[in-house]
Design a protein around this ligand. Structure first.
Ligand code: 2PG
Ligand code: MG
Length: 426
């Protein structure tokens, strides 16, 4: 990280569009040495209730109430006047100042979308001003940077697609690829073979929010069958030694007020869901399940972890919301064995790094993630490398805002000396 105190010359925000055509915040930070860094803020659709809160204008006359003019004003006004013209020893001091300036526990006053954009742009500016790549600058001492296994979300359901598939994400993960570029090649080739397979079966090949196909499928097992066939058709071997599968049911989205889960028109209890997950992992080469149960089903999560935690990576997203305190609590209670890492879920880069460190210290894996609403910002590619966590999901190998991250990783992979690829310890 930065060696000398930094001064910030200017902080400016703009209302831009995200990949869903909704407004989001873009922040530009400049430093006295003429360094200029830009950050684009992502936005989720299936959000955890304890996430840092995005500030939206709620002015029905603009963008259906989704405008971010207020968040932009917060950056250009309060935040800019506080950050400019002072000395900042480190990014952690800038982030602490942003948190204090906001003054709420969920960043709702200035807006988490305002704060995270400033935090990301400052990190990038400080790295570049130091003459270093962002991933290098973000890497904590003692951590070996790694190129992550890309988890390509090739079938979209849930709130990310207008189909009847309740499970939100079906990802292919080339765990056994020899290198990051070969993993990208596998992802793109399997994506192409899946398109052919769907077309041959008469399914539409339109895309969901994360660039995966959104066929009119109802049962998760049918989607999994298609993935296994597509992996084979493309000439790869399904499984951990080749191309494995990861799932994000995003179960909070289909849990009712009565505590039951609705999957393909069937009412399931928490234990039924655990049984279903167990069956799926027995029948298909699924190596990771994220949010297999809802965020408020902690008892179910404990049972799920006991049942599958030895052999399956169980990732908490909505339940942990990248919050270091919640993650620490979960580690103490044996809930899951991995955490999803989304910068905008907690709201500053420093807190995100703390969440990652909390996982690392507690023996939990970390899975760096995009949001369903994205810009072409590639911050998370560098973040994944710097954490050494070995896994990233950023959608299908298609659509500009998704491939921007994979392409950034291809650039990092081309740097010399070569960096290790894949899961740590694999
Ligand atoms: C998720 C994310 C990203 P969203 O649930 O993991 O894939 O979706 O950004 O809509 O929360
Ligand atoms: Mg999720």
């Amino acid at each position: 990280m930065a060696s000398e105190p930094a001064v910030i010359t200017s902080v400016r925000a703009l209302e831009i569009l995200d990949s869903r055509g909704r407004p989001t915040v873009q922040v530009t930070v400049t430093l006295p040495d003429a360094t200029m860094a830009v950050a684009g803020v992502p936005s989720g659709a299936s959000t955890g209730s304890r996430e840092a809160v995005e500030r939206r204008d709620r002015d029905a006359a603009r963008y259906g109430g989704l405008g971010v003019a207020g968040a932009v004003d917060a950056v250009n006004g309060k935040i800019a006047s506080y950050l400019t013209g002072r000395e900042w020893p480190a990014l952690a001091d800038i982030d602490a100042a942003l948190i204090a300036l906001d003054g709420t526990p969920d960043k709702s006053r200035l807006g988490a979308n305002a704060i995270v954009g400033v935090s990301m742009a400052c990190a990038r500016a400080l790295a570049h001003s130091d003459g270093r790549e962002l991933w290098d600058w973000l890497t904590p001492s003692g951590v070996t940077p790694r190129l992550p296994v890309p988890h390509f979300n090739v079938i979209n359901g849930g709130v990310h697609a207008p189909n009847p598939l309740d499970f939100q994400e079906f990802m292919i993960a080339p765990l056994g690829a020899p290198s990051f570029p070969e993993a990208v090649r596998a992802g793109a080739e399997i994506y192409a073979s899946l398109r052919g397979l769907l077309a041959a079966k008469g399914y539409a090949t339109g895309l969901g929010d994360e660039g995966g196909f959104a066929p009119q499928i109802t049962e998760p097992e049918e989607a999994l069958d298609l993935l296994v066939t597509a992996i084979r058709d493309a000439g790869y071997v399904p499984g951990r030694g080749g191309v494995a599968i990861a799932l994000d049911p995003a179960a909070s989205e289909f849990r009712g007020d009565d505590g039951g889960y609705q999957v393909a028109g069937q009412a399931l209890t928490s234990s039924d869901m655990i049984e279903r997950c167990a069956q799926i992992t027995g029948r298909f080469p699924v190596w990771l399940i994220e949010d297999g149960l809802a965020e408020n089903d902690w008892d179910g999560w404990a049972a799920l972890t006991q049942r599958l935690g030895e052999r399956i990576t169980l990732v908490g997203d909505d339940i942990f919301v990248t919050n270091p305190a919640i993650i620490a609590d979960a580690i103490a209670r044996g809930i899951g064995n991995a955490a999803l890492i989304k910068v905008n879920q907690i709201g500053t880069v420093t807190e995100t790094l703390t969440a990652i460190a909390t996982c690392r210290d507690g023996g939990y894996a970390q899975f760096v993630s995009h949001r369903s609403g994205e810009t072409t910002d590639t911050f998370i590619a560098d973040l994944a490398v710097s954490s050494g966590c070995g896994m990233l999901k950023t959608g299908a190998p298609a659509r500009g805002e998704r491939v921007a991250k994979y392409n950034r990783l291809l650039e990092i992979a081309a740097a010399r000396p070569p960096m290790p690829y894949g899961l740590p310890g694999a």
